[in-house]
Design a protein around this ligand. Structure first.
Ligand SMILES: O=C[C@H](O)[C@H](O)[C@H](O)COP(=O)(O)O
Length: 228
């Protein structure tokens, strides 16, 4: 099976976790996009959604699915999103698509976090995928020094402009992303706490303090369900 077929399979499986009549939190990325397309088929069953990025909100609205501002909502039944890496205990690295901060906020007010991922995302020790950290632009250099002191190799995420030059990638929140390579994350909870405390950090893409409750993992042998 191709990676897209595996993503499609977990997106279909995630529909079973959608709670009728409720607000659903929706993540960001290629796997979440497959889920959005599946959710569109049963949109009449839900009250609406809260999106974790402008891109997700646009895709949901494109399907005619209601998107609520988080401030208008008191509870979210379930949050469904992809991951860049996930461990057998449900800790994740997220933020490859730069949506980590809103993802963390929406996940934090959701009843259940259902992670949907192709099997390649399951790892023993996280850190091969560079850890994304969203920062206030004025704190970029100071935060990078701290991340270096923690043993990482931080790099500012950039994007190519139409004029062909590289400039800092700017998130939906006006932040910048530092991708930290070279970390072997043996204690994800401790590292998440430590990076959270660095002044200037908006959010770190480690989801260990509040990890996934369920992971639907796409494999050649079908969708495997890991419960944490
Ligand atoms: O910021 C992006 C998110 O954390 C994504 O959920 C993560 O990067 C996984 O994306 P994909 O499903 O495209 O691999």
């Amino acid at each position: 099976m191709t990676q897209d077929e595996l993503k499609q399979a977990v997106a279909v499986a995630a529909i079973h976790y959608v709670v009728d009549g409720e607000i659903i939190g929706v993540g960001t990325g290629s796997t979440a996009n497959f889920f959005i397309d599946e959710l569109a088929k049963i949109k009449h069953r839900i009250k609406g959604t809260v999106a974790s990025s402008e891109a997700t909100a646009a895709r949901l609205r494109g399907h005619g699915i209601d998107v609520f501002d988080l401030n208008e909502v008191t509870s979210i039944a379930v949050y469904i999103d992809g991951a860049d890496e996930i461990t057998a205990s449900g800790a994740m690295i997220k933020g490859g698509g730069a949506a980590l901060t809103r993802e963390k906020i929406v996940a934090s007010v959701s009843g259940k976090f259902i992670c949907i991922a192709d099997g390649s995302k399951l790892v023993e020790v996280m850190g091969k995928f560079p850890l994304p950290v969203e920062v206030l632009p004025m704190a970029r250099a100071a935060v990078m020094r701290k991340l270096t002191a923690l043993g990482g190799q931080p790099k500012l995420r950039t994007m190519r402009t139409n004029a062909g030059s590289d400039q800092a990638f700017i998130t939906d929140n006006g932040g910048e992303i530092i991708d930290v390579a070279g970390l072997a994350i043996l204690d994800p909870v401790a590292l998440e706490r430590e990076i959270n405390q660095v002044p200037g950090v908006i959010a770190v893409g480690l989801f260990a303090l509040r990890g996934a409750d369920v992971c639907l993992l796409g494999t050649g042998d079908g969708v495997k369900t890991l419960t944490f």
